[in-house]
Design a protein around this ligand. Structure first.
Ligand code: AQP
Length: 354
Protein backbone atom coordinates (compact mmCIF):
# COMPACT_ATOMS: atom_id res chain seq x y z
CA UNK A 1 0.00 0.00 0.00
CA UNK A 2 1.18 3.51 -0.69
CA UNK A 3 0.13 6.92 0.43
CA UNK A 4 -0.61 10.15 -1.35
CA UNK A 5 2.02 12.83 -0.94
CA UNK A 6 0.89 15.20 1.80
CA UNK A 7 -0.51 18.43 0.32
CA UNK A 8 -2.17 21.03 2.55
CA UNK A 9 -4.89 23.13 0.89
CA UNK A 10 -7.37 25.66 2.24
CA UNK A 11 -9.27 28.76 1.16
CA UNK A 12 -10.96 31.87 2.49
CA UNK A 13 -13.72 33.83 0.76
CA UNK A 14 -13.25 37.54 0.00
CA UNK A 15 -16.69 38.37 1.36
CA UNK A 16 -16.02 41.15 3.84
CA UNK A 17 -14.02 41.79 6.91
CA UNK A 18 -11.97 38.86 8.12
CA UNK A 19 -12.68 38.17 11.76
CA UNK A 20 -11.17 36.37 14.70
CA UNK A 21 -13.08 33.18 13.78
CA UNK A 22 -11.45 33.10 10.34
CA UNK A 23 -8.09 33.78 11.96
CA UNK A 24 -8.24 31.18 14.74
CA UNK A 25 -10.26 28.58 12.81
CA UNK A 26 -8.22 28.81 9.63
CA UNK A 27 -5.40 31.31 8.99
CA UNK A 28 -3.47 30.64 12.18
CA UNK A 29 -3.46 26.95 11.34
CA UNK A 30 -2.29 27.73 7.81
CA UNK A 31 0.74 29.47 9.30
CA UNK A 32 1.53 26.63 11.70
CA UNK A 33 1.32 24.00 8.96
CA UNK A 34 3.94 25.61 6.74
CA UNK A 35 6.88 23.93 8.41
CA UNK A 36 7.76 20.76 6.52
CA UNK A 37 4.61 20.74 4.37
CA UNK A 38 3.67 21.66 0.83
CA UNK A 39 0.89 24.24 1.34
CA UNK A 40 -1.50 25.90 -1.09
CA UNK A 41 -3.63 28.76 0.24
CA UNK A 42 -6.34 30.25 -1.89
CA UNK A 43 -8.57 33.31 -1.88
CA UNK A 44 -11.75 31.66 -3.10
CA UNK A 45 -13.25 34.50 -5.13
CA UNK A 46 -15.50 32.25 -7.22
CA UNK A 47 -17.17 31.05 -4.02
CA UNK A 48 -17.74 34.67 -3.04
CA UNK A 49 -20.23 35.07 -5.90
CA UNK A 50 -22.49 32.56 -4.15
CA UNK A 51 -22.84 34.95 -1.20
CA UNK A 52 -23.36 38.08 -3.27
CA UNK A 53 -23.29 38.36 -7.05
CA UNK A 54 -22.07 41.93 -7.38
CA UNK A 55 -19.26 43.05 -5.07
CA UNK A 56 -18.45 46.71 -4.58
CA UNK A 57 -14.73 46.23 -4.64
CA UNK A 58 -13.89 42.62 -5.38
CA UNK A 59 -10.23 43.26 -6.37
CA UNK A 60 -9.43 44.89 -3.03
CA UNK A 61 -11.41 42.27 -1.11
CA UNK A 62 -9.25 39.60 -2.78
CA UNK A 63 -6.08 41.53 -2.02
CA UNK A 64 -7.03 42.03 1.62
CA UNK A 65 -7.41 38.27 2.22
CA UNK A 66 -4.03 37.68 0.58
CA UNK A 67 -2.61 40.51 2.72
CA UNK A 68 -4.02 38.80 5.84
CA UNK A 69 -2.29 35.55 4.84
CA UNK A 70 1.05 37.30 4.36
CA UNK A 71 0.71 39.54 7.43
CA UNK A 72 -0.09 36.47 9.56
CA UNK A 73 3.17 34.83 8.48
CA UNK A 74 2.51 32.78 5.35
CA UNK A 75 5.55 32.62 3.10
CA UNK A 76 4.33 33.01 -0.51
CA UNK A 77 7.66 31.91 -1.95
CA UNK A 78 7.89 28.58 -0.16
CA UNK A 79 4.14 27.99 -0.51
CA UNK A 80 1.48 29.03 -3.00
CA UNK A 81 -0.89 31.98 -2.39
CA UNK A 82 -3.32 32.78 -5.21
CA UNK A 83 -6.92 33.54 -6.08
CA UNK A 84 -9.19 30.78 -7.29
CA UNK A 85 -10.45 32.42 -10.50
CA UNK A 86 -6.85 32.59 -11.76
CA UNK A 87 -6.94 28.80 -12.12
CA UNK A 88 -9.83 27.76 -14.41
CA UNK A 89 -9.06 24.09 -13.72
CA UNK A 90 -11.00 24.44 -10.42
CA UNK A 91 -14.21 25.10 -12.36
CA UNK A 92 -13.41 22.38 -14.89
CA UNK A 93 -13.00 19.73 -12.20
CA UNK A 94 -16.05 21.06 -10.35
CA UNK A 95 -18.18 20.31 -13.42
CA UNK A 96 -17.04 16.69 -13.39
CA UNK A 97 -17.72 16.55 -9.64
CA UNK A 98 -21.22 18.00 -10.23
CA UNK A 99 -21.82 14.92 -12.34
CA UNK A 100 -20.29 12.59 -9.72
CA UNK A 101 -22.10 14.05 -6.66
CA UNK A 102 -25.72 13.08 -6.01
CA UNK A 103 -28.53 15.55 -5.41
CA UNK A 104 -29.42 13.65 -2.22
CA UNK A 105 -25.94 14.39 -0.84
CA UNK A 106 -26.21 18.09 -1.65
CA UNK A 107 -29.66 18.29 -0.08
CA UNK A 108 -28.16 17.35 3.27
CA UNK A 109 -25.72 20.30 3.37
CA UNK A 110 -26.64 22.40 6.40
CA UNK A 111 -24.70 25.45 5.19
CA UNK A 112 -26.88 25.58 2.06
CA UNK A 113 -30.00 25.36 4.20
CA UNK A 114 -28.74 28.14 6.51
CA UNK A 115 -27.58 30.44 3.72
CA UNK A 116 -30.53 29.84 1.38
CA UNK A 117 -32.96 30.64 4.18
CA UNK A 118 -36.69 30.12 3.79
CA UNK A 119 -36.96 30.85 0.07
CA UNK A 120 -34.80 28.06 -1.32
CA UNK A 121 -36.29 28.37 -4.80
CA UNK A 122 -34.60 31.75 -5.06
CA UNK A 123 -31.14 30.53 -4.02
CA UNK A 124 -28.56 30.36 -6.80
CA UNK A 125 -27.42 27.12 -8.35
CA UNK A 126 -23.90 28.24 -7.40
CA UNK A 127 -24.76 28.27 -3.70
CA UNK A 128 -26.20 24.77 -4.04
CA UNK A 129 -23.13 23.48 -5.89
CA UNK A 130 -20.66 25.27 -3.56
CA UNK A 131 -19.44 22.06 -1.85
CA UNK A 132 -18.70 20.46 -5.20
CA UNK A 133 -16.49 23.41 -6.22
CA UNK A 134 -14.88 23.23 -2.78
CA UNK A 135 -14.05 19.54 -3.37
CA UNK A 136 -12.53 20.51 -6.72
CA UNK A 137 -10.47 23.31 -5.10
CA UNK A 138 -8.79 20.75 -2.89
CA UNK A 139 -8.61 17.76 -5.19
CA UNK A 140 -7.32 19.58 -8.26
CA UNK A 141 -4.04 19.60 -6.27
CA UNK A 142 -4.79 16.11 -4.91
CA UNK A 143 -4.83 17.88 -1.53
CA UNK A 144 -4.74 15.55 1.47
CA UNK A 145 -5.05 17.85 4.52
CA UNK A 146 -7.43 20.79 4.93
CA UNK A 147 -7.19 23.17 7.90
CA UNK A 148 -10.66 24.68 8.45
CA UNK A 149 -13.09 25.75 11.12
CA UNK A 150 -15.62 23.29 12.46
CA UNK A 151 -18.37 24.71 10.21
CA UNK A 152 -16.70 23.16 7.16
CA UNK A 153 -16.65 19.59 8.48
CA UNK A 154 -19.70 18.47 6.52
CA UNK A 155 -18.32 19.90 3.26
CA UNK A 156 -15.11 17.95 3.75
CA UNK A 157 -17.04 14.74 4.34
CA UNK A 158 -18.76 15.44 1.04
CA UNK A 159 -15.37 15.96 -0.63
CA UNK A 160 -14.38 12.48 0.59
CA UNK A 161 -17.62 11.02 -0.77
CA UNK A 162 -17.04 12.67 -4.14
CA UNK A 163 -13.41 11.46 -4.28
CA UNK A 164 -14.45 7.93 -3.32
CA UNK A 165 -17.25 7.78 -5.89
CA UNK A 166 -14.95 9.10 -8.62
CA UNK A 167 -12.35 6.47 -7.68
CA UNK A 168 -14.95 3.69 -7.82
CA UNK A 169 -16.90 4.90 -10.87
CA UNK A 170 -13.72 5.28 -12.89
CA UNK A 171 -11.85 2.36 -11.30
CA UNK A 172 -11.36 0.53 -14.58
CA UNK A 173 -10.16 3.67 -16.35
CA UNK A 174 -7.79 4.56 -13.52
CA UNK A 175 -6.31 1.06 -13.65
CA UNK A 176 -5.60 1.42 -17.36
CA UNK A 177 -3.41 4.45 -16.61
CA UNK A 178 -0.54 4.63 -14.15
CA UNK A 179 -2.08 7.62 -12.38
CA UNK A 180 -3.69 5.82 -9.43
CA UNK A 181 -2.23 4.35 -6.26
CA UNK A 182 -3.35 1.58 -3.91
CA UNK A 183 -4.66 2.92 -0.61
CA UNK A 184 -6.77 1.54 2.23
CA UNK A 185 -10.03 3.24 3.10
CA UNK A 186 -11.40 1.83 6.35
CA UNK A 187 -10.24 -1.75 5.86
CA UNK A 188 -10.93 -1.79 2.13
CA UNK A 189 -8.16 -1.64 -0.47
CA UNK A 190 -8.96 0.97 -3.13
CA UNK A 191 -7.04 1.87 -6.27
CA UNK A 192 -7.48 5.62 -6.02
CA UNK A 193 -6.82 8.64 -8.15
CA UNK A 194 -8.06 11.12 -5.57
CA UNK A 195 -7.03 10.96 -1.88
CA UNK A 196 -9.47 10.93 1.03
CA UNK A 197 -9.05 14.44 2.44
CA UNK A 198 -8.42 14.84 6.16
CA UNK A 199 -9.97 17.85 7.87
CA UNK A 200 -7.69 19.58 10.40
CA UNK A 201 -10.19 21.11 12.80
CA UNK A 202 -8.68 20.59 16.27
CA UNK A 203 -7.65 23.31 18.69
CA UNK A 204 -9.31 25.20 21.53
CA UNK A 205 -11.41 27.39 19.18
CA UNK A 206 -12.59 25.28 16.22
CA UNK A 207 -15.81 27.33 16.16
CA UNK A 208 -15.48 30.86 17.50
CA UNK A 209 -18.90 32.13 18.54
CA UNK A 210 -20.48 35.56 18.33
CA UNK A 211 -19.54 37.93 21.15
CA UNK A 212 -23.24 38.85 21.42
CA UNK A 213 -24.68 35.34 21.41
CA UNK A 214 -22.60 32.32 22.41
CA UNK A 215 -24.86 29.97 20.46
CA UNK A 216 -24.22 31.64 17.07
CA UNK A 217 -21.04 31.36 14.99
CA UNK A 218 -18.91 34.50 14.71
CA UNK A 219 -19.58 35.46 11.12
CA UNK A 220 -18.80 38.15 8.54
CA UNK A 221 -22.47 38.43 7.67
CA UNK A 222 -23.74 39.09 11.21
CA UNK A 223 -25.38 42.54 11.03
CA UNK A 224 -23.91 43.50 14.44
CA UNK A 225 -20.27 44.55 14.24
CA UNK A 226 -20.11 44.07 18.03
CA UNK A 227 -20.56 40.33 17.44
CA UNK A 228 -17.08 39.92 15.96
CA UNK A 229 -13.52 41.15 16.23
CA UNK A 230 -12.36 42.11 12.75
CA UNK A 231 -8.71 41.69 11.82
CA UNK A 232 -8.71 45.38 10.84
CA UNK A 233 -10.11 46.54 14.22
CA UNK A 234 -7.88 48.89 16.19
CA UNK A 235 -7.06 48.55 19.88
CA UNK A 236 -10.00 50.70 20.93
CA UNK A 237 -12.52 48.66 18.93
CA UNK A 238 -11.12 45.35 20.23
CA UNK A 239 -11.29 46.63 23.79
CA UNK A 240 -14.85 47.91 23.40
CA UNK A 241 -16.10 44.68 21.82
CA UNK A 242 -14.55 42.44 24.48
CA UNK A 243 -15.76 44.68 27.31
CA UNK A 244 -19.29 44.57 25.86
CA UNK A 245 -19.15 40.83 25.11
CA UNK A 246 -22.12 39.01 26.61
CA UNK A 247 -21.32 36.96 29.72
CA UNK A 248 -23.25 35.50 32.63
CA UNK A 249 -23.10 36.80 36.22
CA UNK A 250 -20.87 34.01 37.55
CA UNK A 251 -17.10 34.02 37.70
CA UNK A 252 -14.86 31.64 35.79
CA UNK A 253 -14.82 28.00 36.87
CA UNK A 254 -11.57 26.18 37.69
CA UNK A 255 -12.46 23.11 35.64
CA UNK A 256 -13.65 22.63 32.04
CA UNK A 257 -16.87 20.97 33.29
CA UNK A 258 -17.88 24.28 34.85
CA UNK A 259 -18.18 25.80 31.33
CA UNK A 260 -21.05 23.45 30.43
CA UNK A 261 -24.26 25.35 29.68
CA UNK A 262 -22.33 28.65 29.65
CA UNK A 263 -21.71 29.25 25.93
CA UNK A 264 -20.45 32.82 26.28
CA UNK A 265 -17.96 31.96 29.03
CA UNK A 266 -16.85 28.89 27.09
CA UNK A 267 -16.33 31.01 23.97
CA UNK A 268 -14.20 33.66 25.71
CA UNK A 269 -12.06 31.02 27.40
CA UNK A 270 -11.63 29.23 24.05
CA UNK A 271 -10.58 32.49 22.38
CA UNK A 272 -8.06 33.22 25.13
CA UNK A 273 -6.66 29.70 24.92
CA UNK A 274 -6.30 29.81 21.13
CA UNK A 275 -4.67 33.24 21.16
CA UNK A 276 -2.27 32.22 23.93
CA UNK A 277 -1.55 28.81 22.36
CA UNK A 278 -2.68 27.10 25.52
CA UNK A 279 -5.45 24.65 26.39
CA UNK A 280 -8.72 25.78 27.99
CA UNK A 281 -7.77 23.78 31.10
CA UNK A 282 -4.55 25.81 31.43
CA UNK A 283 -6.47 29.07 31.07
CA UNK A 284 -8.94 28.00 33.75
CA UNK A 285 -6.10 26.93 36.02
CA UNK A 286 -4.93 30.56 35.88
CA UNK A 287 -8.26 32.41 35.91
CA UNK A 288 -10.60 29.98 37.75
CA UNK A 289 -12.50 31.78 40.51
CA UNK A 290 -11.91 35.23 38.95
CA UNK A 291 -14.66 37.55 37.72
CA UNK A 292 -15.03 38.62 34.08
CA UNK A 293 -13.99 42.09 35.21
CA UNK A 294 -10.49 40.60 35.65
CA UNK A 295 -10.54 38.16 32.74
CA UNK A 296 -11.81 40.54 30.06
CA UNK A 297 -8.98 43.10 30.39
CA UNK A 298 -6.46 40.24 30.22
CA UNK A 299 -8.19 39.00 27.07
CA UNK A 300 -8.11 42.53 25.58
CA UNK A 301 -4.33 42.76 26.19
CA UNK A 302 -3.73 39.35 24.68
CA UNK A 303 -5.95 39.97 21.62
CA UNK A 304 -4.30 43.35 20.97
CA UNK A 305 -0.81 41.85 21.34
CA UNK A 306 -1.53 39.07 18.87
CA UNK A 307 -3.65 40.98 16.38
CA UNK A 308 -2.17 44.47 16.19
CA UNK A 309 1.08 43.47 14.41
CA UNK A 310 -1.05 41.60 11.84
CA UNK A 311 -3.40 44.56 11.42
CA UNK A 312 -0.60 47.05 10.89
CA UNK A 313 1.18 44.77 8.41
CA UNK A 314 -2.11 44.27 6.51
CA UNK A 315 -2.54 48.06 6.37
CA UNK A 316 1.02 48.47 5.09
CA UNK A 317 0.55 45.80 2.41
CA UNK A 318 -2.76 47.33 1.31
CA UNK A 319 -1.26 50.83 1.01
CA UNK A 320 0.66 49.76 -2.10
CA UNK A 321 -1.07 46.80 -3.70
CA UNK A 322 1.62 46.09 -6.32
CA UNK A 323 3.42 43.67 -3.99
CA UNK A 324 0.24 41.68 -3.23
CA UNK A 325 -0.70 41.67 -6.92
CA UNK A 326 2.73 40.25 -7.79
CA UNK A 327 2.35 37.53 -5.15
CA UNK A 328 -1.10 36.57 -6.49
CA UNK A 329 0.14 36.56 -10.10
CA UNK A 330 3.09 34.37 -9.25
CA UNK A 331 0.98 32.06 -7.07
CA UNK A 332 -1.64 31.83 -9.84
CA UNK A 333 0.98 30.72 -12.38
CA UNK A 334 2.39 28.05 -10.08
CA UNK A 335 -1.08 26.83 -9.07
CA UNK A 336 -2.21 26.65 -12.72
CA UNK A 337 0.78 24.53 -13.65
CA UNK A 338 0.05 22.08 -10.84
CA UNK A 339 -3.69 21.97 -11.46
CA UNK A 340 -3.10 21.31 -15.16
CA UNK A 341 -1.06 18.19 -14.34
CA UNK A 342 -4.09 16.80 -12.50
CA UNK A 343 -6.58 17.89 -15.13
CA UNK A 344 -4.62 16.29 -17.99
CA UNK A 345 -4.83 13.01 -16.09
CA UNK A 346 -8.48 13.49 -15.14
CA UNK A 347 -9.42 14.25 -18.77
CA UNK A 348 -7.63 11.06 -19.73
CA UNK A 349 -9.40 9.02 -17.05
CA UNK A 350 -12.82 10.41 -17.97
CA UNK A 351 -12.10 9.87 -21.67
CA UNK A 352 -12.18 13.44 -22.96
CA UNK A 353 -10.20 14.26 -26.10
CA UNK A 354 -8.12 17.39 -25.70
N1 AQP B 1 -16.60 31.47 13.68
C1 AQP B 1 -15.65 30.73 13.15
N2 AQP B 1 -14.86 29.95 13.95
C2 AQP B 1 -13.86 29.19 13.44
N3 AQP B 1 -13.59 29.14 12.12
C3 AQP B 1 -14.35 29.89 11.29
N4 AQP B 1 -14.34 30.08 9.97
C4 AQP B 1 -15.32 30.95 9.61
N5 AQP B 1 -15.98 31.35 10.70
C5 AQP B 1 -15.42 30.71 11.76
C6 AQP B 1 -13.38 29.43 9.08
O1 AQP B 1 -12.74 30.44 8.31
C7 AQP B 1 -12.40 29.87 7.05
C8 AQP B 1 -12.81 30.80 5.97
O2 AQP B 1 -14.19 31.01 6.01
P1 AQP B 1 -14.92 31.59 4.74
O3 AQP B 1 -14.72 33.03 4.66
O4 AQP B 1 -14.50 30.88 3.56
O5 AQP B 1 -16.43 31.26 4.91
P2 AQP B 1 -17.44 31.31 6.06
O6 AQP B 1 -17.27 30.10 6.92
O7 AQP B 1 -18.74 31.42 5.38
O8 AQP B 1 -17.07 32.61 6.89
P3 AQP B 1 -18.08 33.50 7.69
O9 AQP B 1 -17.34 34.57 8.34
O10 AQP B 1 -18.93 32.71 8.58
O11 AQP B 1 -18.95 34.14 6.55
P4 AQP B 1 -20.49 34.17 6.41
O12 AQP B 1 -20.95 35.27 7.28
O13 AQP B 1 -20.65 34.49 4.96
O14 AQP B 1 -21.03 32.85 6.81
C9 AQP B 1 -13.06 28.49 6.96
O15 AQP B 1 -12.09 27.51 7.24
C10 AQP B 1 -14.07 28.53 8.07
O16 AQP B 1 -14.30 27.25 8.62
Amino acid sequence: MSEFKKVVFSGVQPTGNLHLGNYLGAIRKFVALQEGNDCIYCVVDMHALTAQLVHEDMPNQIRSIAAAFIASGIDPEKHIVFNQSAVPQHAELAWIFNCVARIGWMNRMTQFKDKAGKDREQASLGLYAYPSLMAADILVYRGTHVPVGDDQKQHLELARDIAMKFNLDYAEHIRKTDYGIDITVGNEPVHAYFPMVEPLIDGPAPRVMSLRDGTKKMSKSDPSDLSRINLMDDEEAISKKIRKAKTDPEGLPSEIDGLKGRPEADNLVGIYAALADRSKAEVLAEFGGQQFSVFKPALVDLAVNVLSPITSEMRRLMSDTSHIDAILRNGGERARARAEVTMKEVRDIVGFLY
